[in-house]
Design a binder for this molecule. Structure first.
Ligand SMILES: [Zn+2]
Length: 460
């Protein structure tokens, strides 16, 4: 089964984009399976169902409820989950896929093979879909998006792409992730770029408005981002922005921005009022990089889940980078984290919709897949409850990305879920105690994936 799927990927991706999509893998068409006895966190704000049952049929949830209410389909398989906790698979709203490989990172690594490897890593960690934010280039991301959405590799997460982001010339260099971005200098040019992305089926456009701590005096001008937002909205697309300054954030809110892909550095009364005036605007706080500067126990005693995918050389490098942060810089990092955390709690209390973002695979964003679990812990550290954070990482982020069939354990939704050995409502880091991951009703072959990751570590 698996070997066939891999051959399919290779064959189909060499074809033109108009090639008809393959049919779903056979295991999504199996008979019904009943999962009984787990504590079930559905992804909504409802309390957990303590002794649950759910039926998966043709890759989707059929029945979801109490064990006492389930009607078992004729001939159904039976899985006993007594003592386990089930939650929906997570969604990562902000990542950079295809760049990192071992201890190297860059566009040279951006291949079909590496993208699939990253989507395997997401699946291994219980992430059902990940949105690459503006670092993709060429036709490959669109082909990979469509092939993986069609389920040609049942052990891979879905790959969403913003295609090429839109950046001012000052943001682009051959060595960064914006090397292939559209260069925005005029309103008409920006509109034409959005039209091209629309023709590729992109639903979220990525742009950057950042003075980089004063180092960039030529950040994207308001007339240009207004043109991007207007053209995108005319085409039913939304715009995600990398912007951390509070003054820029206010202007972007007035311009109708849809998604902040990072936390805004300061939250004041005026910003909060602007969010209330624009209730559709959401924030992906994307805290792994700022939190890493102040809290990284995983580098001191790496948990097994991390060393399943990451070599000791990679961990050692990350530990050394963090150890280099001392003195005033370390104090500033502490202050910066504390301010971001207060801001997250304040926006959440004000009713702003938050989603999960990790910057996983980005230059400073930590490790693919792992960072989703780190972000849950970060959001709890910012003052949110584990239940709220799980809803943010599942239902909210699926809604933000327009993934109507993901983010909930509910009838009719795709059967994408995580089986845990302990309850994350007791301790959010219990999401790392993964017993199994299912995507589209398929039990991800995590043992096979783990052996593949181990071979890659030896090869590097
Ligand atoms: Zn990013």
């Amino acid at each position: 089964m698996r070997a066939t799927a891999v051959v399919l990927v290779v064959t189909l991706c060499a074809c033109a984009p108009s090639t008809p999509l393959p049919t779903a893998p056979p295991d999504a068409e199996r008979g019904a399976t009943v999962f009984v006895g787990a504590r079930l966190l559905s992804g909504t704000s409802d309390p957990p169902i303590e002794d649950s049952a759910f039926v998966v049929e043709k890759g989707r949830f059929a029945f979801v409820g109490a064990r006492s209410a389930v009607i078992i389909p004729e001939g159904a398989a039976w899985v006993d989950l007594t003592g386990k906790t089930v939650m929906p698979a997570m969604i990562d709203g902000h990542s950079h896929i295809g760049y990192v490989r071992g201890t190297t990172s860059g566009p040279a690594n951006y291949t079909r093979e590496n993208i699939i490897d990253h989507m395997h890593r997401f699946a291994y960690y219980g992430v059902a879909a990940s949105q690459a934010m503006g670092s993709d280039f060429g036709l490959l991301p669109y082909l990979m998006r469509d092939q993986l959405a069609a389920g040609v590799d049942p052990d891979a997460a879905r790959f969403l792409t913003a295609g090429r982001g839109l950046a001012p010339p000052s943001e682009i260099s051959p060595s960064n992730m914006r090397h292939a971005a559209f260069v925005v200098t005029t309103e008409d040019g920006a509109r034409a770029d959005v039209v091209e992305l629309s023709s590729r089926g992109v639903r979220i456009v990525k742009t950057w408005v950042d003075d980089r701590g004063g180092a960039n005096t030529q950040k994207l001008a308001p007339n240009l981002y207004r043109a991007i937002i207007d053209e995108a909205h005319q085409r039913g697309m939304r715009v995600a922005v990398h912007a951390t300054g509070v003054a820029d954030a206010k202007e972007l809110l007035r311009a109708g921005i849809d998604i902040f892909a990072h936390m805004i550095s300061d939250v004041d009364d005026e910003l909060e009022a602007l969010f209330r005036e624009h209730p559709g605007t959401v924030v992906l706080p994307t805290l792994p990089a700022p939190r890493l500067a102040v809290h990284a126990p995983q580098f001191e005693s790496p948990p097994a889940l991390l060393t399943d995918t990451i070599s000791h050389a990679q961990i050692e490098r990350a530990r050394a980078q963090r150890a280099a942060l001392t003195g005033e810089a370390a104090t500033r990092a502490q202050e910066s984290w504390a301010k971001l955390a207060r801001g997250v709690a304040r926006l959440h209390a004000a009713g702003v919709k938050l989603g999960l973002g990790t910057d996983g695979g980005g230059q400073n964003g930590g490790f693919i897949g792992w960072t989703a679990h780190a972000e849950l812990e970060n959001l709890v550290a910012a003052g949110l409850s584990p239940a709220q954070v799980i809803t943010i990482a599942t239902r909210n982020t699926a809604q933000i990305l327009g993934l109507d069939d993901l983010g909930l354990v509910a009838p009719g939704k795709s059967a994408d879920f995580i089986i845990l050995d302990a309850n994350p409502l007791d301790d959010i880091t219990n999401t790392r105690l993964i017993a199994d991951v299912y995507l589209r009703g398929h039990r991800v072959d995590r043992a096979l994936l783990k052996s593949t990751f181990a071979k890659e570590m030896v090869a590097k």
